[in-house]
Design a binder for this molecule. Structure first.
Ligand SMILES: [Fe+2]
Length: 396
């Protein structure tokens, strides 16, 4: 835990406490599942600035049941409250998911997208356009991640002008080196530009496409991904662990992604380990491929395929088969994950100003989507915390 995050935690705790007793709002939450999806819900008629402990317990259970919760009209929600709600899901940690400010690395592909709030350093300012005098940040030129910077074969400028877009990068919010994957991520929409829907093309040979709201966040269920595996693959997946690259976002900083954002091309562009910043074996993350839901016990296929280096498959005889051919690793993970991002399975959130979304980072993968014009300003606050514990794998 860094000194700055400790200080902020203490000050946040002073400012924000969940109420022990009933407030004037209804204690029992009004939860409405999304229609047409087997995950997601909207929680109605609640002001999160007046959240009680009893209500938080309901939210926690609902989150692990529905994986993504949207609370509309959270106009007064401060970064301190956002941090405290995020913190309640894992009270033993207060470190931002990718570590603290000092550990930000300029050659990481995540670096340009994160601006740390000075008042609550676990909360990041993200979005698009010029933002001034914002919670201690004098000026930030935000940039909505554009698939052109990451995909090997981007869509043409002509198609883009006609409103065609892509999934940017399917991922779990996680450093995947040194730090444990956060349990939840919270997103608060402060300013949301309006515009026509865009046509999201997969461009992966399937002809799949989706009509999506401008600047949507796309979510796909890891539970569904697991359920869609063959019985044989389910058994192998249950015995598989994924070893991630050291400094994964630096390792892949020159490599390029597939057109549907679900993984990488293997063109030999990964940075060799000798060219990485200092790293050590004990900080390399090896995580189960299947993560158990703490409430339902269901298994989610959870992997950040772009950052995976090896697969370790534990055999019945006590030996371990190691797959370290990068193209093979990526092919296996792609075949496991691709059915789960079929258009009808992807939930694309239609952001409105003052939306507060909590998603289960250990049960879903998600992707940035869309392209904004220069005059379209988007302001969001994002918070997640490097977890105090690793994800639990299958028990047998
Ligand atoms: Fe993310």
């Amino acid at each position: 835990m860094s000194v700055s995050s400790t200080t902020t935690l203490q000050s946040a705790e002073k400012k924000v406490r969940l109420n022990d007793s009933l407030t004037n709002q209804q204690e029992k939450l009004d939860i409405e599942p999304l229609e047409g999806y087997d995950f997601g819900a909207v929680v109605k008629n609640i002001d999160l600035t007046k959240l009680t402990k009893g209500q938080f317990q309901q939210i926690e259970k609902a989150l692990f049941t529905f994986q993504v919760l949207c609370f509309r009209n959270q106009h007064n929600l401060t970064p301190e409250v956002q941090f405290e709600i995020t913190h309640q899901f894992d009270p033993a940690t207060s470190t931002y998911g990718h570590g603290d400010e000092a550990q930000k690395q300029e050659n990481s592909i995540l670096h340009p997208d994160l601006h740390t709030l000075k008042t609550v350093p676990q909360v990041q300012l993200i979005g698009h356009g010029l933002v001034k005098n914002h919670y201690g940040i004098k000026e930030a030129h935000l940039r909505h991640p554009h698939h052109r910077t990451f995909h090997r074969d981007p869509i043409s400028l002509k198609d883009e002008a006609n409103g065609v877009t892509r999934f940017y990068r399917w991922h779990i919010d996680a450093a995947l080196y040194h730090y444990n994957p956060p349990v939840v991520t919270t997103l608060h929409a402060i300013q949301v530009p309006q515009g026509p829907k865009q046509l999201l093309r997969y461009d992966d040979g399937t002809g799949d496409e989706l009509h999506v709201p401008l600047g949507t966040t796309a979510f796909a269920s890891g539970y569904k991904m697991f359920q869609l595996l063959s019985e044989k693959d389910k058994k192998v997946a249950a015995r598989t662990r994924v070893q991630y690259f050291p400094h994964p976002y630096i390792t892949i900083s020159n490599a390029k992604a597939l057109p549907n954002g679900l993984g990488m091309y293997t063109d030999g562009l990964e940075l060799p380990k000798a060219k990485l910043p200092e790293w050590s074996e004990d900080k390399v993350k090896t995580l189960p491929l299947l993560w158990k839901n703490p409430v339902t016990g269901m298994l989610a296929l959870q992997v950040h395929a772009c950052c995976a280096e090896k697969l370790l498959i534990d055999n019945d005889d006590g030996t371990t088969t190691i797959i370290d051919d990068l193209s093979k690793v990526r092919e296996i993970l792609y075949n496991y994950q691709r059915p789960g991002i079929a258009p009808k399975l992807v939930y694309c959130h239609d952001w409105k100003a003052d939306d507060f979304v909590i998603f289960h980072n250990r049960g879903l993968i998600h992707s940035v989507v869309g392209v904004f014009k220069d005059d379209q300003t988007r302001v969001f606050h994002q918070c997640n915390l490097a977890a105090s514990h690793t994800p639990e794998g299958p028990s047998d």
